[in-house]
Structures are given as C-alpha cells and as structure tokens.
Design a protein. Structure first.
Lengths: 230, 178
C-alpha cells in the first residue's frame, strides 16, 4: 500500500515564527523551505521494540506518594485515516506539581518532588493505545517574558511508521484559563487544531477515588493513497 | 480523514526524558560497515552556538536499505543533543546509495530532523558526504546550486566528517519542507 505524507503546513500546524516565544526569528529559517519529494528516506522510519523502552515505564510516580492530582492520561494513536498505529514509541515529560522540571536549566526556585520522575515511555499496543499514570503539572513562568505562564501541559514525543510521521507536541488540560493566552498553544492558527491538543476528562479512564482520567488521542501524519477513480 | 495533531515546540527541559546513553552511536548493535563520525556545531541566526537542540539522524544501511524491524542488524537511527558549545557528534557507518524512482539513485545521505527551544516544530535537512558522487542525486538537485555545498559534510581525516548547521541568516543551511 502506498502511503501519503502531506507536507506540514497550513493552519493546523504552528507557524515557525511567533511573536512571543524565545526569539523564534533567530532559529526559524529565513529562506523558503525547499519542497521535498517523499523518497524511501522519508517514508521509512525507525522501528522500536521493548528493549528501547527500558526502565522508564508508564508510572511517573514509581508507585510513590507524589504531590499533585494523580491522573491517568490515556488515548489512541491513529493515522489520518483513523487506523490505529501500533508499536509507536511514546515518550512523555513534564513538570511536577509546582511547575518544576528535574533539569539543570530550570533554575527557578520551586521545589523538586523526589518521588516524581517527570518522564514516561511506552509502546502503543496493537490497537494503538497508550496509558500513563502521572499528575497534572503546575504552571510555570517563561523567563524574560513579561510574566507569561505556561499552562499545565505534558510534552509528547512519538515515532509512527515513517520519518515523515515523527511528532513532538504538548497536551493541555481542559478548562485552564492560561490555555487561551499561551503563546505556544495559540501559535497554532486553526482553532479546531488547538482544541485537539486539549485532553478531555474521562471518568472511565481514571481510578476510583485515586486518579482522574483524561483522554488524549493523537493523529500522526500518514494516510492511504486515494485510489484513482475513472 | 483527520489532519495530524499539531506539533508544539520541544522546549528546553527534555533531555532527562529523551536521551539514553549512546544514542548518538548507530554502531551500538554491531558495525556492519566501516565506522565514521560526523561532527559539527549548530548556530542560530545571530551566529551563537546553541545548546539543547535535539538532532535525529536516519539513514540506510551500507547497501542502501532502510531497517524495517526493531531486530534489524543495523537500526539506522540515532539521537544527539547539542552541548553548551553547540557541538554534536554521531558515530555511524556510511550509508549506501538509495533507490529513487525511474531507475535513479539518491547519493548516500542521512535525513536529519532538528527540534529545539525556539523552534515551533521540527525542521528537516540532509547530510551528504564530500567523497561521494553527489552530482546525480535527484533530491540534492532540488537545492539551489549555490547552497548545495551546505548539505555536504567535508572530510576531516580518516573516517571523520564535519558539517555545521546554521538555522537562519548568513550561510543558512538549506531546509526541506517537513
């Protein structure tokens, strides 16, 4: 089956230059991007197995007591035709309940949570499903930004079936007032595409009297070639 | 049909989650060809070397075939995060020429995906090799002739190649639409 990987452009993807974020003007190319044919290089991609998942796992609390509202984040990874993408490597990372990352560059004087790992990794199952146990992270201020605070969010990294289906994105939480003023979420021009970055509450995914449940489905680039008609 | 989920920036705080030891070394699972290194530095549009950019390397094996299973002898994929001085290094093998439509061949190359703080989504480029015949590569031919050299890693002694990446401005690396 021939697969199609359309170029990333248009209003459902963020502009490479945005006004607010980290001086994108000095990292975004000034020259026009060169239209690339999809060759064997772009339509193939790395394949991962259980050995690549290692010890990181799906429980960001490691079974410990952690600060913040325990939350199950779960969903399905699909292609553009709505077909599940099995065996996709998902890696997530996030701040703790006080908006602090376990990273040397995060110098803000907010407390670390030694019981919270802040990172998860798994492969989607045969139905393209994934599930992590984590917390809703805290908001945090962006340095040198006139007091712009990032809304609570979880970073997602995914490898689908091709180099062209590679995706790094962020998941947001429903109902947070910071979503509407976030310079990164709002850099996606299309409102429906922004809405798809916001998880939906789903009680059935949570754990009774223990963890909230959120559903977050992800669509990776790739679709079947439309058969020629007539 | 549903459009793909929107990309969002990598941000600066990810390396504890994404990188494991040795991911810059594509020969970890066995060599399957003479080892080479490709090193360089990544600069922004003001000429400042930039740390914490994630670079992803994807290439064919020595016969020009891409791995299709996790148990392939040569996996073909590596990751590297730029150091505080902007430097990156991959250890790998030279890929073979890759078939292209119409009985043509792409010159040996690797695809390079770049993510970083201040990059709203991935941008992609390629790395070619100065000691290969790049003249007939149909993809390199898409790049304006005057800029092609910026995709070609130069030889720096035995089995060592160098290519700097300039994200923007003077001497900008040619990037392809992702």
């Amino acid at each position: 089956m021939t697969r199609i990987y359309d170029p990333f452009d248009g209003p459902s993807q963020p502009d490479l230059r945005t006004e607010r974020y980290m001086r994108t003007g000095i990292t975004a190319p000034a020259e026009p991007l060169i239209a690339l044919l999809r060759t064997a290089t772009e339509t193939s991609g790395p394949v991962f197995g259980p050995a690549d998942v290692g010890d990181t796992g799906i429980d960001l609390t490691n079974g410990n007591t952690v600060l913040g509202p325990l939350s199950v984040i779960s969903g399905q990874v699909l292609d553009e035709d709505g077909r599940p993408v099995p065996n996709a490597l998902i890696e997530i990372w996030q701040a703790n309940a006080s908006g602090k990352y376990p990273h040397e560059v995060d110098s803000r004087p907010a407390p670390q949570d030694p019981n919270f790992t802040g990172a998860g990794r798994m492969l989607t199952n045969s139905e393209g499903r994934y599930r992590f146990l984590t917390i809703k992270p805290g908001a945090y201020p962006v340095p040198n930004s006139n007091n712009w605070w990032r809304p609570p969010h979880i970073h997602f990294s995914l490898y689908g079936d091709a180099f062209a289906s590679r995706l790094i994105t962020q998941m947001y939480f429903p109902g947070d007032p910071l979503n509407a003023v976030d310079g990164i979420l709002q850099a996606v021009p299309d409102a429906a595409a922004r809405t798809r970055l916001i998880a939906q509450p789903d009680e059935s995914l949570g754990v009774h009297e223990h963890a909230l449940g959120y559903r977050f489905n992800i669509v990776l680039r790739g679709r079947a070639e439309t058969p020629m008609v007539g | 049909m549903t459009r793909p989920t929107a990309a969002q920036t990598l941000g600066p705080f990810y390396n504890y989650a994404l990188l494991r030891d040795g991911e810059h070394d594509l020969t970890q699972g066995g060599q399957h060809g003479p080892a080479i290194t490709v090193t360089g530095r990544l600069y922004d549009g003001e000429g400042t070397a930039r740390r914490d950019f994630l670079m992803e390397w994807w290439q064919a094996d020595a016969t020009g075939q891409y791995a299709t299973s996790a148990s392939a002898a040569f996996h073909g994929f590596g990751r590297c995060i730029t150091k505080p001085d902007g430097s990156f290094a991959f250890k790998t093998i030279k890929p073979g020429a890759v078939p292209f439509e119409g009985n043509r061949w792409q010159a040996p190359h690797a695809a390079l995906g770049i993510f970083g703080p201040g990059l709203m989504r991935r941008i992609v480029t390629r790395v070619y090799f100065a000691d290969e015949d790049n003249t007939a590569c149909p993809v390199l031919a898409l790049v304006p002739e005057a800029r092609r050299g910026k995709l070609i890693a130069v030889r720096e002694g035995d089995a060592a190649y160098r290519l700097d990446i300039r994200m923007s401005g003077e001497g900008e690396t040619p990037f392809f639409a992702d």
